[in-house]
Write a protein that binds this ligand. Structure first.
Ligand code: SF4
Length: 331
């Protein structure tokens, strides 16, 4: 057994203290033969500090495409040639999407908009949309609307949005290679306001943007410092027409090493499979991740790419004897 896993067993599993950056890197560098042991330990950590439940979430795009920012992985940027045009969803369709999501047993419904930050029109849509969902559907509402000012943070709290997603996407040192229209610090500032408001902080990113393993470890350590309630972990699904459209997908084993390392860095967080896992891991790998530290999934489709059918995931959870987290347990 490699020394790092022995140490992690005491520090993370028994004492609940996450690994630091150097140790995260050691996990990311583990040879293939030690990967099963790393995943097994990450799974034990998740069971010990989070329990067996899996949180299920659905996401919907309130405003798709035409974003003025230039995140190099994103087909919703209006600055690239990727074929996603600006489209708005109306309130009845938003409520219907929430209803369909609730039917799968999901407890979280996240409303997403491709924007730098919300304008008055988007905040109005949110006010009406969140109120309509709350009146008709039994589900918690989360939001992801880009960078916020204090007034917008306060308004979202007032609407009853309980969790806010704002991804750092990658580590501080690599961020300028991925986004040039805003800074890592601007994103961090929104996260700080969200944390102080009492909303739950959801913050993750995308692996496979061209970052080194050192930068992947740096990213996990920076997320651990932020200590978010939830970390959505995406693997790049290279979109045609974006600057990262030709990047190779993350190797399955590297993705699994990253899942184990992120769990060992953050024993108590909700670590959610988000986009790209179908491409990187396939069905078998999805199972490995759920047995290697992941404890939340997104059901149905992602924003611009298709996911696995909701049933396939729910059947897998049943198979693994992992109960879907109930709404009453989260309220
Ligand atoms: S990731 Fe968000 S902010 Fe960046 S281009 Fe895409 S929609 Fe815009």
């Amino acid at each position: 057994m490699p020394e790092i896993l022995d140490r992690a067993r005491t520090q993370v599993l028994e004492n609940g203290v996450g690994l630091d950056e150097a140790d995260i890197l050691a996990v990311l560098n583990l040879p293939d033969e030690h990967l099963p042991a790393a995943l097994q330990l990450a799974h034990e950590v998740r069971m010990r500090w989070c329990g067996p439940e899996v949180e299920v979430e659905g996401i919907v795009s309130l405003k798709t495409g035409g974003c003025p920012e230039d995140c190099h992985f994103c087909s919703q940027s209006g600055l690239f040639t990727s074929p996603v045009r600006s489209v708005w969803l109306d309130i009845p369709n938003l409520v219907e999407a929430a209803r369909q999501t609730a039917k799968t047993g999901a407890t979280e419904f996240c409303i997403v908009a491709a924007v730098r930050g919300p304008d008055a029109r988007l905040m109005k849509q949110m006010r009406e949309g969140v109120a309509a969902i709350k009146a008709e559907v039994d589900i918690q509402v989360a939001a992801s609307l880009g960078m916020l000012n204090q007034e917008q943070v306060d308004e979202l709290v007032e609407m009853g949005v309980h969790r806010y997603n704002h991804n750092l996407e990658t580590c501080r040192s690599y961020f300028p290679n991925v986004v040039t229209t805003h800074s890592f610090e601007e994103r961090w500032e929104t996260l700080r306001m969200v944390r102080e408001s009492g909303m739950e902080v959801c913050c993750g990113g995308i692996l496979g943007l061209g970052e080194t393993l050192e930068q992947r470890a740096e990213f996990a350590a920076q997320l651990a410092e932020l200590d978010p309630h939830e970390v959505p972990l995406n693997f790049l699904n290279p979109r045609p027409g974006t600057p990262l459209g030709d990047r190779p997908v993350v190797e399955g084993k590297d993705a699994l090493r990253a899942i184990a390392a992120f769990r060992l860095a953050m024993p108590r967080t909700i670590l959610r499979y988000a986009g790209g896992r179908e491409l990187t891991l396939g069905d078998l790998g999805t199972r490995d991740g759920l047995l290697g530290g992941i404890n939340a999934v997104i059901v149905g489709n992602y924003l611009t790419t298709l996911g696995r059918p909701a049933n396939a995931d729910l059947e897998l959870l049943d198979d693994l004897k992992m109960p879907v987290k109930a709404l009453s347990a989260t309220l």
